[in-house]
Write a protein that binds this ligand. Structure first.
Ligand code: MRU
Length: 352
């Protein structure tokens, strides 16, 4: 059970000296844990999307570092340092957009450096304790965001979400779905409209699954239906998560988010982004500088074994897009709600 409330699903956990992660590629048909024994295996789990969602990727990377250090407990100090550098590099190369990956690696690097001079086994213990703390802290942060965000939703609100920013995308509770969960815990009758989220179907497979598990009313739509339901007055608010927010408030999130934000603006519907501070990248001035991952064409030409696209057609598959800050009604953070985010308001989050 997580700190501060009911934990819907344990997305990743430390068990028997290994990391176990729910295989999100096969949900909802199967609910399986896969075990990981090295940083290389964790990096491959991130790349292949066994684990996905920015905060969950950060937690997995922290455990990747901790796992590698455990494997090297008995190594000579020089060998330990060299192998740890390789582990950091491999993990950093797994996926480019979610800044939580780099945030977590930086945090683990600071711990590693602060333990310089101690025996590898001792450093390994320090790193494992830090990975556990990254995970526990993520749940606390999601609960804090949930409490702030819930105040934005009125009883009976119909909330559209895109992709999966739920328990599966974090250590627990979720960011966007965490706000919905918290509002439901407060006694509000919230219903969710889940975009299916082509091409990887995080909405249809993961968000819908999470909501059905908890009996929170959910309706699945295809991505191209969002504008229709907005025009019919059937959506009261949009809440999404994010993979990286630039210093000026531009928001990178799952491909299709920008389209939803434009539609929300057109229909006067508030567009909220649930965003832990670990997802804000002050080193990136605006959205144009956010690296956008381009994934395999197989995700667009079909699903798993089934292929429907014409053989030989050219494919593009950017996994994320950028929503300009002026389309964002508010960021929901663990430090509070930032209305009409801009550079000054975002900087203040880190100084106050
Ligand atoms: O490609 P994914 O599934 O890792 O993309 C996930 C998203 O875009 C989420 O909306 C984002 O990471 C926020 S998760 C709390």
């Amino acid at each position: 059970m997580a700190e501060g409330g009911k934990q819907p699903v344990e997305t990743l956990r430390w068990k028997g000296g290994r990391v176990e992660m729910v295989d999100q590629r096969v949900l909802p048909a199967r609910f399986d844990y896969l075990a990981f024994s090295s940083a290389v295996e964790i990096a491959e789990g991130i790349r292949s999307m066994v684990v996905r969602g920015a905060p969950a990727i950060g937690c997995a990377a922290a455990y990747g570092v901790a796992l590698e250090a455990q494997n090297l407990r008995n190594a000579a100090p020089g060998d330990f340092a060299t192998a740890m550098d390789v582990a950091f590099e491999v993990l950093a190369a797994s996926r480019p957009t979610a800044v939580n990956l780099f945030w977590a690696l930086k945090r683990m690097r600071v711990m590693l450096d602060s333990a310089t001079g101690r025996a590898p086994a001792e450093i390994a213990d320090v790193l494992l304790a830090e990975a556990h703390e990254v995970l526990a802290e993520d749940i606390r942060i999601n609960r804090a965001m949930g409490a702030f965000g819930a105040t934005l939703l009125s009883d009976g609100a119909r909330v559209l979400t895109h992709c999966n920013a739920g328990a599966l995308a974090t250590a627990g509770h979720g960011t966007a779905l965490g706000v919905i969960r918290s509002a439901v815990e407060d006694g509000k009758r919230i219903s969710v409209i889940a975009d299916e989220t082509r091409p990887f179907l995080q909405g249809a497979r993961l968000t819908a699954w999470e909501m059905v598990q908890e009996k929170i009313p959910v309706t699945l739509i295809t991505d191209n239906m969002a504008g229709h339901f907005m025009s019919q007055g059937e959506i009261d608010a949009v809440i999404v998560g994010t993979d990286r927010v630039a210093a000026n408030g531009d928001v990178a999130n799952k491909i299709g988010t920008y389209m939803v934000a434009v539609l929300a603006k057109r229909h006067g519907i508030p567009f909220y982004v649930a965003c832990p501070l670990s997802t804000i990248d002050l080193d990136i001035p605006d959205g144009a500088a956010i690296p956008i991952e381009e994934r395999s064409s197989d995700e667009v030409t079909g699903f798993r074994e089934y292929k429907w696209a014409a053989e030989g057609v050219k494919i593009r598959n950017p996994a994320f897009d950028v929503t300009p800050a002026d389309l964002v009604t508010a960021l929901i953070t663990e430090k509070g709600i930032v209305k009409q985010p801009n550079k000054q308001r975002i900087t203040k989050l880190f100084t106050s």
